[in-house]
Write a protein that binds this ligand. Structure first.
Ligand SMILES: Cc1ncc(COP(=O)(O)O)c(C=O)c1O
Length: 435
């Protein structure tokens, strides 16, 4: 348990190393690109009403192409599985399946979405899979690889596959952190040998792979560190078990290179002030936690795999990107309904559209397509839910703002649409962006 002194020392560190200010030219650059398509966005509202989700297939496919190219160049034989949880809209799944990626699903519902999208290469990961979910996987044994989460799931998968009279391809997920909340996922590295031994008693499960996943990586360090640990574990593993490994799935968690953009409330120092019950007036400013280009992820992962895995195991590398592929592939369009003060407007859409109070802590530009400008003006942009936490932003890019104006919040493709809630307001339509 930390002492008061330790906590105060950490607080001092936070306050003396403030989060980097966002280069506003970077945000304005994104705004400029969006404004080039202002007429197209506005015509979508004319044709379909407001609010809307706009699906940008071209952006999705450009990302899929870039990711696959860079990872293949660096890592050689790889297979990409899009993490459906990051955006579960069927158009997204269908588009990526046509492109040629596999899908990573985490529930029976997602498995059905993947099958309906025509996907023939599916990995099914996640803790606590139910017996009906495992049965569904076993029925589709020719397209699904189950990434088992525990010894108990090994037994349950055997029963499901036996019931279907099939053998199913499977891997096992490895715990990346043996303490804290992340220990809920997978088995500890120290139990991998025992797991392989146990799997010999389950003839309907063909254990041939390993998986791990770390999240929210602004750079590849967490993945690289785990690959080194995995290499040590593989070195000590029985040669026959090592020989059975056909794939190692290194998970997702690649942060887009734009970095994480934050409101002051989302920075460590903002959270500290807030915990202390002190909410000073802060200047209208944004912050960033920088990330690295996807090439850096690929190159460093490649180096770690060459050093720690390749000398021991000859296998295909699987990867499960979600956010990196889909972040820029969906945008939100909303309209101003009411203006209650010069610096306070209410829009027609609630943040139930994105499922969480994202913009209290995250920053993304709100762009007034009706009165375009590259200058950002302070104004609280509320949604219309009966909660004060229903906020789209604390400013807008525009020459003014009035009822009837159409606002764009770009790049809302990851962990927003799939977290949407049917709360108070109906859920908007998803429309494709015509190019
Ligand atoms: C097992 C697994 N794989 C992949 C992902 C995708 O992560 P990201 O969207 O950060 O790439 C997740 C996200 O939670 C996950 O749980």
């Amino acid at each position: 348990m930390d002492t008061t002194e330790d906590v105060l020392r950490r607080a001092r560190e936070i306050l003396t190393h403030p989060t980097t200010a966002l280069d506003e030219a970077q945000a304005a650059g994104l705004v400029r690109i969006c404004l080039e398509r202002a007429d197209t966005f506005k015509s979508l509202c004319r044709d379909h009403g407001s609010p809307l989700y706009v699906f940008d297939e071209e952006a999705l496919l450009a990302r899929a192409h870039e990711f696959t190219k860079i990872f293949s160049e660096s890592l050689g034989n790889i297979r990409v599985f899009f993490a459906l949880k990051s955006n579960s809209h069927p158009l997204v799944a269908a588009s990526l399946v046509r492109f040629g990626t596999g899908l990573d699903v985490s529930s029976g519902l997602e498995l059905l979405t993947a099958l309906e999208a025509g996907c023939t290469d599916i990995i099914f990961s996640g803790p606590g899979k139910t017996q009906p979910e495992l049965e569904l996987a076993a029925i589709h044994h020719d397209t699904v690889t189950v990434l088992m989460d525990s010894f108990g799931e090994l037994e349950r998968l055997e029963a499901a596959a036996r019931n279907q009279g099939r053998q199913i391809r499977a891997g096992v997920r490895l715990t990346t952190q043996e303490n804290g909340l992340w220990r809920k996922f997978g088995i500890p590295l120290s139990e991998l040998g025992t797991f392989f031994e146990a799997a010999r008693g389950f003839p309907h499960v063909h254990l041939c792979g390993l998986q791990f996943h770390t999240s929210w990586n602004l750079d590849p360090q967490a993945q690289v560190d785990f690959i080194a640990r995995l290499g040590s574990c593989l070195g000590a593993l029985d040669r026959a078990h090592r020989g059975a490994i056909e794939f190692i799935d290194i998970g997702g968690g690649y942060w887009p290179s734009r970095g994480e953009w934050l409101q002051w409330e989302g920075t460590p120092e903002g959270r500290l002030f807030s915990a202390a019950g002190w909410l000073p007036e802060v200047p209208h400013k944004h912050y960033t936690c920088p990330s690295v280009p996807i090439r850096v992820f690929a190159d460093q992962l490649s180096r770690a795999i060459s050093a720690h895995i390749r000398p021991l195991v000859d296998c295909v590398i699987y990867t499960e990107p979600g956010r990196w592929l889909v972040n820029d592939a969906m945008h939100v369009l909303i309209s101003v309904i009411d203006q209650k003060a010069g610096d306070l407007v209410i829009t027609d859409a609630g943040t139930n559209m994105i499922g969480w109070e994202r913009f209290e802590t995250d920053y993304f530009p709100v762009i007034n397509l009706t009165r375009p400008s590259l200058a950002e003006r302070p104004c609280t942009i509320f949604g219309s839910l009966c909660t004060p936490h229903d906020i789209w932003g604390y400013g807008y890019y525009g020459a003014g703002i009035e009822p009837g104006d159409i606002l764009l919040i770009p790049c809302q493709g990851a962990y927003t649409y799939s977290l949407r809630q049917h709360f108070i307001k109906p859920l908007p339509e998803v429309v494709p962006l015509q190019t």
